[in-house]
Design a protein around this ligand. Structure first.
Ligand code: MLT
Ligand code: MN
Length: 312
């Protein structure tokens, strides 16, 4: 299985278009060691030929332009793409807006939970995806799905779905239910085990996660590789930076650091490779010379970057 992180940043990207925080300034001005990052997305292939995109970010056009594997084959048809399917883990704007760019009658399948498919259904702009060409298929909240192309031919990719603690998409928050997760329901955020019919390694992909419980730890035990929510280093990072009032918890993202953070909570779980993705532009690990980046690396984590390839 080939896995490429095609977007390692959270919503907004790095630098974010309107951000003057010192990290966005540093990457904008090309400071040594700072890597620009596009918004959250992953490309996976079981056979090196057919690809599935996990989460379609607003940067998908640039991500495909930067990834030869996702481009039309030199000997392909006049209109051609190796993208056979798009799989969504939630309905956040940074994970679905890219669908609007994947039109032009290319035939592929979109997989998401009923809750997320309902969001696409309710927003008529997604009708730009011609239903004859783009088939919408439900993922169960728990269970295995063989990812197939539009015609039903298997891609060799298999996903196992499980729900994780999360939050309903920002644009769907119900302010009258602030005490109850703003209307969050199960199916709003899922995690995925991504494997192949060939049965070589498997990858856990959890770009949004509000809490780690014993169930999740048990599931991840002995994983070959984990790509996990690295949005914020500390829960109060955005208010502390002065860029916004929301904590990580408020956004449905567990912090990296602290006694309840993901480094500490997964320290005793045996996972061969652990990599942070969906990294927000306020997160100090984006500065490769920071103490926080050093602490994450010392704890055995890697910091995902655009173009990072993982062979499993
Ligand atoms: C998130 O991950 O919390 C969302 O993508 C934030 C957003 O809607 O930009
Ligand atoms: Mn996001």
């Amino acid at each position: 299985m080939r896995v490429k992180i095609i977007g390692s940043a959270a919503g907004g990207g790095f630098p974010q278009w309107n951000c003057n925080y010192h990290l966005s300034r540093a990457v904008r001005h090309g400071e040594d060691g700072f890597l620009p990052r596009t918004q959250s997305s992953l490309a996976v292939s079981a056979n090196g030929r057919d690809w599935a995109i996990f989460n379609a970010s607003p940067d998908i056009r640039a991500q495909i332009a930067a990834t030869p594997e996702l481009q039309p084959a030199a000997d392909g048809a006049l209109r051609d793409s190796p993208v056979r399917a798009v799989v969504l883990t939630n309905a956040d704007v940074d994970h679905i807006a890219g669908l609007l760019s994947l039109r032009e009658r290319h035939r592929y399948a979109v997989y998401a939970t009923e809750r997320v498919l309902e969001v696409l259904e309710q927003n008529s702009i997604f009708n730009v995806l011609d239903r004859d060409a783009v088939d919408r298929r439900p993922l169960p909240l728990s269970g295995r799905t063989v990812i197939a192309d539009r015609e039903g031919a298997p891609t060799g990719i298999i996903v196992d779905t499980f729900s994780v603690a999360g939050k309903v998409a920002l644009f769907l928050e119900d302010q009258t239910k602030a005490e109850h997760g703003f209307g969050t329901q199960s199916g709003d955020t899922i995690g995925l085990r991504i494997g192949t019919t060939g049965g070589s390694g498997a990858l856990y992909y959890i770009p949004g996660c509000a809490a780690i419980d014993e169930n999740l730890k048990a599931r991840l035990t002995c994983a070959d590789c984990l790509l996990f929510d690295g949005t914020v280093y500390t829960d109060t990072e955005m208010p502390d930076a002065g860029v916004g009032a929301k904590t990580g918890k408020r956004m449905g993202h567990l912090a990296i650091s602290g006694p309840d953070g993901s480094v500490a909570q997964l320290a005793d779980t045996s996972i061969a490779r652990r990599i942070y993705v969906h990294i927000n532009n306020t997160n100090p690990i984006l500065d490769p010379r920071s103490d926080e980046a050093a602490a994450v690396l010392a704890a055995g984590w890697e910091i995902g970057f655009d173009g990072m390839e993982i062979a499993l």
